[in-house]
Design a protein around this ligand. Structure first.
Ligand code: NMX
Ligand code: MLT
Length: 396
């Protein structure tokens, strides 16, 4: 970068922007993805709509290597992920035992954070790229074990990583009563859509900040998942499903009144709004379309479609809401339920399963690529002290 370019003013910070959650502050450069306010998510320049039906492994390759793999590269990368998925036997046994002893009343995201921590203790290498790719390959087994043990579906099912990332995941879940082909179709798209969303979303930002202090990949992803756990971020997919259920009807006018009442009571309209987007999230549009294929007659899906129109109408009438449109969480839970995953408490874990890959790719870049390989410096923004007049303790 030339000296003139390096001194270009990108953003002006006025006092009223303090305490707004760094809204709009550009804090770093990012190579994996971009969120355009109007057009939404792109991975390395490709709009998400072009990528939704890609093999999840090809999308992972894209985020890690910044190019789409050709056929040979994809086949090789799938073999590599399958090899990495194999957790050494003694570590795997201990990991599953630890997961099996977690308290039932813990939220699945708390289990996931614990699972990442256990996996780090047992298997980390300390190399960001190695650990990043290992964690991407191994998360399906960890999440499937969390699902099975906590739901009481039985013991974890052996991994068959050669099946493919999401194919193996659905196989290891062994969801009672589910149509595996339908669930696999959904999970492949769900995974690609949820992998990455720029560098400034809460979980990614937190993960990269923790890694900037040179914490390892597993600890950084654990912290990132704690960020994703919040109901305004990743857990909005759980909250949104519960919000749709609470609406209790598919009648458009009654739904509209319900949204008005919720908003007036100061409660969130889950699945709507965004800090960056100013149009409908293309990830939502893709999922509404997928619903036409997977569950067009599902009553809850039909309710989500009514909500798409009526919640927007209500939120548009409230000028303080900068984006009244559906986001990634507006219909994802509905599709998961229609494909056999009934318990909404687990939906954020599925979001996290996918998001770990994007965050891991961004951590690898920040630690090993940025600043000519030196890595981004330790995060340390400044703050402005308030009501802290300097004074001294009186002696005696
Ligand atoms: N429901 C209720 N209030 C909202 C909503 C909404 N969907 N969207 C914005 N607002 C409020 C917001 O709380 C703020 O109120 P106040 O000034 O009283 O603090 C005001 O409108 C302006 O907020 P915005 O600048 O439009 O949005 P912001 O960037 O602060 O927040 C979200 C973005 C996503 C947190 C917000 O839209 C929201 O709470 N949505 C519902 C929860 C949700 O669906 N989250 C998922 C986001 C995607 N993800 O997975 O992470
Ligand atoms: C995400 O996918 O992380 C969400 O849309 C939230 C965000 O981008 O801030």
């Amino acid at each position: 970068m030339s000296e003139t370019a390096a001194k270009k003013v990108l953003f002006e910070i006025t006092e009223d922007l303090l305490d707004t959650g760094l809204r709009g502050f550009p804090v770093s450069t990012v190579y994996t993805s971009e969120v355009d306010p109007g057009e939404g998510l792109h991975y390395v320049g490709y709009p998400i709509a072009d990528l939704a039906d890609l093999d999840p492994e090809a999308a992972i390759f894209l985020l890690f290597y910044k190019k789409l793999p050709n056929k040979r590269e994809l086949a090789r990368f799938k073999r590599e992920l399958a090899r990495r998925a194999k957790i050494p036997t003694a570590d795997r046994r201990q990991l599953l035992k630890l997961i099996s002893n977690l308290p039932e009343k813990g939220h699945p995201m708390e289990w996931m954070i614990a699972g990442l921590s256990f996996a780090g203790m047992l298997t980390k290498t300390g190399d960001y790229r190695e650990d990043g790719l290992n964690v991407v390959a191994r998360m399906p087994e960890i999440v499937a074990a969390i699902y099975r043990v906590r739901s009481g579906w039985g013991r974890p099912i052996a991994s068959k990583p050669r099946l493919g990332l999401m194919e193996n995941f659905v196989q290891m879940m062994g969801v009672p009563g589910a149509d595996a082909a339908k669930l696999t179709r959904l999970m492949r798209v769900f995974y690609v859509l949820h992998m990455d969303h720029g560098g400034g979303n809460l979980s990614t930002f937190v993960g990269k900040a923790v890694a900037s202090g040179k914490s390892d990949m597993y600890a950084s992803l654990g912290a990132a998942m704690a960020g994703l756990y919040g109901p305004l971020h990743g857990r909005a997919n759980q909250e949104c499903l519960e919000f749709l259920e609470k609406a209790g009807t598919n009648d458009p006018d009654t739904i509209e009144q319900f949204v008005k009442d919720e908003f007036a009571a100061g409660r969130s309209i889950f699945g709507f709004g965004h800090a960056v987007l100013r149009a409908e999230d293309p990830r939502a549009g893709i999922q509404y379309e997928l619903g036409k294929e997977l569950c067009p007659n599902d009553p809850l899906y039909q309710r989500a479609v009514v909500m798409r129109e009526r919640a927007v109408k209500v939120l548009k009438a409230n000028p303080k809401v900068k984006n009244p449109y559906p986001n990634v969480d507006a219909v994802s839970g509905t599709l998961l339920r229609a494909c056999g995953l009934a318990d909404s408490e687990y939906y954020t874990v599925l979001f996290g399963l996918a998001r770990c890959s994007g965050i891991a790719a961004q951590i690898v870049d920040e630690r090993l690529v940025h600043r000519n390989g030196k890595g981004v410096a330790i995060y340390r923004p400044s703050d402005i002290p308030v009501n802290q007049t300097h004074r001294r303790l009186k002696k005696g």
